[in-house]
Design a protein around this ligand. Structure first.
Ligand code: ASP
Length: 365
């Protein structure tokens, strides 16, 4: 909506001076982080009190680790890496230990990471043998000329990089074995079972205003033919750009790929930002000579919490309209962190330098 009232201009000027003041007061020390551990039909009657407790504790521990990196002045990319490693090591989640099984009862892990400060990225698909797939994605980003490696070649790169290796049985848990047995016994399509949930991801803004995002998953229970989801695909399951946002997704990967969800949200934020400045400029009253009496400067302007949420919700609504389910976490260069999902629940958490820290599971929390 075009801002056309004097009140809107007054508010804009007030917001500008409030932000400038925040700068003087040490705005550069702000940081934020959001994490997820998967989305799906996560309802109270499906989760035991013990599971509820253990998942909240795991999310809290991961959030604390990421927050510590950020509050100590570390980079967003290091915070995302540290956070995801903790979630991969926790058998509650479908990543690293606890990853779901393929139709052949193997594990094929997908992971990706992106640094919003220089748009560098690394991703791996269909790998096994590496204890922490996020470290392999990070190694692809930092130590290879490529963005994405897959299968045997990626496994070889992991060994050459000296990353910790595990035997195939490391990933297995009784819970995930039971799920693949169910799928194989019923011969149902992977798209019809709700057994994939538990993908993990993190997004962050560090004290220098840099953004990063990462995602790690075992994919979908019973997947076959080398199926690859959105999680290792830069632009679908993961994206980070200092000019707009950092996104990590979880849900029915095929739909996230088709919409390019992570990049789509960042692009809409990036495009909306100059548009919002232009709108504000159009609302500035003219002086006696017919010129604008005030120049709205980009550095004094940001998208509001509601605007960011709306953009994320719009893209998730489009995902739903296509038939996809799941959600995303976001962080912005203005310090916002949050979620959008169209499922009953999403394992999630967020923390900021302002002292907010929360974890949640169900949609109504
Ligand atoms: N997005 C993942 C995939 O499609 C699964 C999930 O997030 O639950 O592989």
């Amino acid at each position: 909506m075009i801002r056309s009232t004097v009140a809107a201009i007054a508010m804009l000027c007030w917001a500008s001076s409030a932000m400038a003041q925040a700068d003087d007061d040490g705005e550069e020390s702000r940081w934020s982080i959001a994490i997820h551990g998967g989305a799906g039909t996560i309802k109270r009657d499906k989760i035991t009190p013990e599971q509820d407790k253990s998942i909240r504790a795991a999310l809290g521990e991961a959030l604390k680790a990421g927050s510590k990196v950020l509050s100590d002045g570390g980079s967003a990319i290091d915070a995302v890496t540290a956070t995801i490693m903790i979630l991969e090591n926790d058998p509650n989640f479908n990543a690293g230990k606890g990853a779901v099984f393929t139709w052949e009862k193997t594990n094929e892990l997908d992971s990706s990471i992106m640094d919003g400060s220089d748009l560098t990225a690394g991703a791996v698909a269909g790998i096994n043998g590496t204890k922490n797939p996020i470290l392999l994605a990070r190694a692809v980003k930092d130590h290879s000329p490529h963005v994405m490696l897959s299968g045997a070649g990626a496994n070889q790169f992991s060994r050459e990089q000296g990353l910790e290796q595990v035997t195939p049985d490391y990933y297995a848990t009784p819970y995930r074995l039971q799920q693949i047995e169910d799928v194989l016994a019923k011969k149902v399509s992977v798209a019809d079972v709700d057994y994939k949930f538990g993908t993990v991801g993190a997004v962050a803004m560090d004290q220098n205003g840099h953004m990063a995002a990462g995602t790690s998953t075992g994919g979908m229970t019973g997947k076959r033919w080398g199926r690859i989801g959105d999680s290792p695909i830069i632009g679908a399951g993961t994206y980070a750009d200092d000019r707009s946002c950092a996104i990590s997704a979880t849900g029915s990967g095929e739909y996230f790929i088709r919409l390019g969800v992570a990049h789509e949200i960042c692009a809409r934020i990036r495009m909306r930002f100059p548009e919002a400045i232009r709108e504000a400029q159009r609302a500035v009253p003219k002086d006696a000579d017919g010129n604008d009496s005030y120049v709205v400067h980009g550095s004094e302007f940001q998208l509001s919490d509601a605007e960011i949420q709306q953009i994320a919700d719009d893209v998730i609504a489009e995902l739903g309209a296509l038939g996809g389910d799941g959600g995303i976490i976001y962080a912005t260069p203005w310090g916002q962190a949050g979620y959008s999902f169209n499922t009953a629940g999403m394992y999630r958490g967020k923390a900021t330098s302002e002292g907010d820290m929360s974890v949640a599971i169900y949609g109504d929390e």
